[in-house]
Write a protein that binds this ligand. Structure first.
Ligand code: PEP
Ligand code: MG
Length: 593
């Protein structure tokens, strides 16, 4: 949604894009518009008198490219003796497409930026639309178009000496969409925040942004094509705004807000060693979720009492294959050693869904979240599963380690996974490799069937960790990364909280503990509810640890439990949220964003 404020005298008009807040924080920097596929060219501003010259440069680059393609085609025909070869026809067609050409010509005038950048921006929009076409044949054509676009970029003549704004400068990144791997590999000294057209609050891209403390906004319609790179901006990750050409008073307001937030942060930091116990003496563990070993420093600074979820699928980031047993053991050992004496819960691979696939499937899955994911992949690839479990066991000799299985839907997956653990233990025993013989083994409760059957699963395991991100999506049948159904994705849906309650009750009856490691655990509006339902551990992004700790210290367990009993009798998500919020406002209004 776009809102324009009145022009400020003597300055550019302030423009506010409204999206969905995905990671809290404020960034003040020029925007840099980027996308996937091929490298962005340099970008620089031109003045009105240079527009025509730039348009001519663009037309010239197109002509050169067309000539090259004709030449290439005839060379290929000479070689193959086949004059029907149409390989470069599709390439040439895009250069003839008036809609594309006109858009670039207009964009040069409108943006007043160099021709290659205007061309790049138009092509990126076009390519992103193509990447989303369901037809696999058409989707594959994107590679051809990227190829020809790259060729056009090489054919721009350059002269003069310009100082481009490159991604090495501090900026707010605007993109059509970002994959979790893009966020993980972001240079955080340069990317102060990001905004995307696509995406959702519960995607792994957003989760990573929150872990790293990168302010982020998603769901900004039309941002990539409309926003002109280099524009001064403020990204507000609290309310989901991207403000272009901020007026001086807006800048002032945001600078004071940043200071105020910083103050709250330092006061929370000062408390990070304090026990996380309610006013009536109930103790909860606040641990951290990590995706990458890079985050360990943040976790240690946060005062977290362990790692409640180590998402090992992010080991796939730098390659297509899972690292071998030795490499994994080294990583896990480092995490276990650094976190000792606290526990590190290592979750076996949960590739699939919106995360990196462990291996490319021949056809894209029609419903990746209902497909080949988590424990299903591990059980189907026993050699890989065995290596991972052996690596975790090896690490268990150097600290306190627990093992956790994702996406469990029933007892047979638990039994088969435990058989693999037993087999690995026997092997290591024979090989005289030290490991923790009492390694706790737990499961994620994130599939509704597992929550419903929690009483059947509890006797088999040492703990439950509720993955609310998935539990919510599967319970209300609303894809966690699809903005069109974001309205339905409600953590306080009565169906969700009943499943949480059922899980905790089954755990209590069987003498095991229950934690929550989904994003709900870090949403402090809902801490009173989770606490009242009987959760014993909350595992949250490292940035949220101090705040959640302080929230627990402000609450009374008895009061939360009475509130949760009442919540379980309500029929509307909004009313349940309100009930939890009433305690949040009463006890820690200052901490709510
Ligand atoms: C969850 O589903 O809540 C969870 C913690 O796992 P992930 O977000 O990695 O799917
Ligand atoms: Mg999950």
């Amino acid at each position: 949604m776009l809102r324009q404020n009145m022009p400020q005298s003597g300055s550019e008009q302030e423009i506010i894009y409204e999206g969905i807040p995905a990671s809290p924080g404020i960034a003040i920097a020029p925007v840099h518009v980027s996308a996937r596929g091929f490298a962005a060219p340099d970008i620089y501003e031109i003045n009105v008198t240079e527009v025509e010259g730039e348009q001519a440069r663009f037309m010239q680059a197109l002509d050169i490219t067309k000539r090259q393609l004709v030449e290439l085609q005839s060379r290929l025909e000479d070689l193959s003796g086949n004059n029907e070869s149409g390989i470069f026809e599709a390439h040439a067609m895009i250069l003839e497409d008036r809609a594309v050409v006109d858009r670039v010509i207009q964009a040069i005038g409108r943006r007043q930026q160099n021709a290659e950048y205007a061309f790049y921006a138009v092509m990126q929009n076009f390519l992103e639309a193509m990447r989303r076409i369901p037809d696999p044949y058409l989707r594959e054509r994107t590679a051809d178009i990227e190829d020809v676009a790259q060729r056009v970029l090489r054919n721009f003549s350059t002269e003069g000496d310009v100082r481009p704004l490159g991604p090495e400068d501090q900026h707010v990144l605007v993109a059509y969409d970002l994959a979790p791997s893009d966020t993980a590999s972001m240079n955080r000294r340069h990317v102060l925040g990001f905004a995307t057209e696509q995406g959702s609050v519960n995607s792994h891209t957003a989760i990573l942004a929150r872990s790293f403390g990168i302010p982020a906004v998603v769901g900004l319609d039309g941002a990539v094509i409309d926003i002109i790179a280099l524009t001064p901006s403020i990204l507000d990750g609290y309310t989901g705004k991207l403000i272009l050409h901020p007026a001086p008073e807006t800048l002032e307001r945001y600078r004071s807000l940043m200071l105020a937030k910083e103050k709250v942060r330092s006061s929370l930091d000062a408390m990070r060693g304090a026990a996380t116990e309610t006013v009536d003496g109930r103790s909860l563990t606040v641990s951290a979720n990590i995706e990458l070993v890079d985050e360990l420093a943040l976790v240690k600074r946060s005062g977290a009492k362990g790692i409640g979820l180590y998402r090992t699928e992010f080991l796939l980031l730098n390659g297509e294959e899972m690292p071998d047993e030795k490499q994994q053991a080294e990583v896990y050992t480092r995490v276990a050693r650094e976190m000792a004496p606290h526990t590190v819960i290592i979750r076996t691979l949960d590739a699939g869904g919106d995360k990196l696939p462990v291996e490319p499937l021949t056809d894209p899955e029609p419903n990746p979240f209902l497909g080949w994911r988590g424990i299903r992949v591990s059980l189907a690839r026993p050699a890989m599963f065995r290596e991972q479990i052996r690596a975790v066991l090896r690490a268990s000799a150097f600290g306190k380690v627990a093992l956790m299985f994702p996406m469990i839907s029933g007892i047979s997956e638990v039994t088969r996974s435990k058989e693999m653990v037993k087999r690995c233990m026997d092997e290591l025993e024979k090989e005289a490799v030290p490991f923790d013989h009492h390694l706790p083994v737990g499961i994620m409760i994130e599939v509704p069937a597992a929550a419903i059957c929690a009483d059947l699963l509890a006797p088999e395991v040492d703990f439950f960790s509720i993955g609310t991100n998935d539990l919510i999506q599967y319970t209300v049948a609303a894809d966690r990364v699809n903005p069109h159904v974001a309205e339905l994705y409600r953590p306080t849906h009565p169906g969700v909280i009943r499943l949480i309650k059922r899980t905790i009750d089954a755990a209590t009856d069987n003498g095991i503990w229950t934690g929550v490691c989904g994003e709900m655990a870090g949403d402090i509006r809902l801490t009173p509810l989770l606490l009242g339902l009987g959760v014993e551990e909350l595992s949250v992004g490292p940035q949220q640890v101090p705040r959640v700790g302080q929230v627990i210290r402000s609450l009374s367990h008895a009061e939360c439990a009475a509130m949760a009993d009442e919540a379980l009798r309500l029929s509307r998500s909004q009313d349940i949220l309100e009930l939890s919020m009433s305690l949040a406002r009463k006890h820690y209004a200052n901490l709510l964003d």
